[in-house]
Design a protein around this ligand. Structure first.
Ligand code: HEC
Length: 207
């Protein structure tokens, strides 16, 4: 559901930007007649696309885990989109080049901001984490912290205290990849498992 919405959102945002780009280029190059006939032709699809843009955007916003210090980026993005709409309407109605260009700039800018926001939060556009595969600490916190805690001592849901584990590096790596009894296998690449195991042995275990 979430991924489907996300893909739809990206698709309609891309179409929306494309329509805008074409209109702005036509306006800036004084092709007013072409602009008018294009605007007429695209009217219904544009309405559908705008509606889907907002509907999927609102749905996705309700699914976001707020509370990160980067959330202000999200609100700036929404504000930029909302401000650009009336500017665009006035710009194209009055065929004011400056306003039309400004609204396109705002919309594209908000798109870029959305990317920055996702990168900072460690989530890429497709919902996967974008932690570097050699960043053992961040991977540990994302994949293991829930049960073992940041310092390894949490032992939630029957997990073991990792700060006192007798397991070797190889055993820890195997546990990460295969799971162990009630511990589920982690969804990581071998390289990531390596980084996490090294982090556990070098930092968590010696604490
Ligand atoms: C859903 C909770 C959960 C998550 C997430 C989880 N573990 Fe575990 N872990 C457990 C449980 C439960 C055990 C005890 C398994 C058993 O019965 O031996 C365990 C045991 C271990 C052990 C064996 C410790 C020992 O001394 O026997 C290691 C090592 C370990 N986990 C590392 C990790 C690492 C590294 C991650 C992250 C990739 C991770 N775990 C993620 C629940 C979890």
């Amino acid at each position: 559901m979430y991924k489907g919405m996300l893909h739809t959102h990206y698709l309609v945002v891309t179409l929306f930007l494309l329509i805008y780009l074409i209109k702005t280029i036509l306006l800036l190059s004084n092709k007013i007649e072409t602009l008018n006939s294009f605007t007429k032709k695209i009217k219904i699809p544009e309405m559908v696309i705008s509606f889907l843009f907002l509907a999927t955007g609102i749905f996705l916003a309700t699914q976001l885990p707020f509370g990160s210090k980067y959330d202000y980026l999200f609100f700036i993005k929404v504000a930029m989109v909302l401000v650009s709409i009336p500017i665009a309407i006035i710009g194209f109605k009055k065929q004011n080049k400056l306003l039309a260009a400004l609204s396109l700039l705002l919309i594209t800018g908000s798109f870029g901001l959305a990317e920055v926001y996702h990168k900072r939060k460690g989530v890429s556009a497709n919902g996967n984490t974008t932690i570097a595969s050699n960043d053992g600490k961040a991977l540990y916190e994302a994949k293991c912290g829930l049960c073992h805690g940041g310092d390894g001592k949490l032992a939630a849901a029957g997990a073991k205290d990792l700060s006192v584990t007798q397991n070797s590096l190889e055993e820890i790596k195997a546990t990460i990849i295969n799971g162990k009894n009630t511990m589920p296998a982690a969804d990581v690449t071998p390289e990531e498992a390596d980084a996490i195991a090294n982090y556990v042995v070098s930092t968590i275990k010696s604490k």
